[in-house]
Design a protein around this ligand. Structure first.
Ligand SMILES: Nc1nc(=O)c2c([nH]1)NC[C@@H]1CN(c3ccc(C(=O)N[C@@H](CCC(=O)O)C(=O)O)cc3)C=[N+]21
Length: 286
């Protein structure tokens, strides 16, 4: 029987733990605070920002939302980041990506105080995670790791194949899997014989952003399949639905365990953001 990994339930459980830790910090007079910055009015981004804010409040933390117009200049955004860096009530800062074209996102990410960088995108945190010296891990790979280890705590010697080499998922995912003693392959759009590479995987992490690209006959029987993709596709009745980067039904028939979309990695991303924020509060205000 294939295990369908319930990311929604795992995320709810993690949020309960974060709520307990938040309550303990509040006893000590510290209310953890998360600032989320959204530039522009992309509808999908607005939905995510709203659900982040709601869950932040639900676990007992303070939520600070900053919505800026789409024509905000880089200097204006950097000024807001500087203000949030200096604000003692703010423990975590998330600048929603992607940013409009007139803003250099690398420059903005480097301006965030690494101690408040709850996305784990600042080069300081990237380096600390890569060397295994602590640091804040990016929420999506971190959440994916928790889901993998919920079905298989010991990963020593397993071959993990990550499809996708982004800075926000593929590369940090590789670091976290290496830390658990996996043999790691990062595959991408130029990889030769991709299906055969994936067929060698005990753990498949799909993070390419191409709907249902990874087929069932690419999956080794008994593999763990983690689908990071969230793609909205049109359906025949003129509506739309969310699908991952994995052809779910086909892959589920082969896999030992698989994450669905929606209800897999997505909810864990937000729960890990809250975890990173409470941890940042603890470290910074210790
Ligand atoms: N600085 C930054 N940090 C981010 O972490 C970040 C970002 N920018 N930009 C956008 C992406 C996207 N993202 C998601 C989080 C949760 C779900 C999620 O909970 N998805 C639900 C479904 C949501 C739906 O129904 O649309 C699920 O998969 O079950 C999805 C996507 C975080 N992002």
């Amino acid at each position: 029987m294939t295990t369908i990994i319930d990311g929604k339930a795992a995320a709810a459980a993690l949020r309960l733990r974060v709520a307990d830790e938040t309550a303990a910090l509040k006893q000590a007079g510290i209310t953890p605070g998360l600032a989320v910055v959204l530039v522009g009015e992309d509808p999908a981004s607005q939905v995510y920002v709203r659900s982040k804010a709601r869950m932040t409040v639900e676990v007992g933390m303070a939520s600070f939302e900053h919505k800026l117009p789409v024509d905000t200049s880089e200097a204006e955004l950097l000024a807001l980041v500087a203000m949030l860096n200096a604000d003692d009530a703010v423990d975590g800062i998330l600048v929603q990506l992607p940013l409009p074209a007139q803003i250099d996102s690398d420059k903005v990410l480097r301006a965030i105080d690494p101690a408040k960088d709850v996305d784990g995108f600042h080069p300081i945190n990237v380096g600390l995670v890569a060397t295994g010296s602590g640091g804040i891990a990016p929420c999506t790979p971190y959440g994916a790791m928790l889901l993998i280890q919920s079905v298989q705590p010991r990963l020593d010697g397993l071959h993990a194949v990550i499809v996708g080499r982004s800075n926000i998922v593929g590369k940090p995912m590789a670091q976290l899997l290496l830390q658990q003693n996996c043999t790691v392959t990062i595959a991408h759009s130029r990889t030769r014989d991709l299906p055969d590479v994936v067929r060698g995987a005990d753990i498949v992490v799909a993070a390419v952003g191409r709907p249902e690209m990874i087929r069932g006959d690419w999956i080794k029987p008994g593999a763990i399949v983690i689908d990071v993709g969230i793609n909205r596709i049109a359906t025949d009745d003129g509506k739309s639905r969310l699908v991952g980067d994995v052809a779910y039904a086909e892959a589920a028939a082969q896999a030992e365990a698989i994450t669905p979309v929606p209800g897999g990695v997505g909810p864990m991303t937000i729960a890990c953001l809250l975890r990173n924020t409470v941890e940042a509060a603890r470290q910074r205000r210790a």
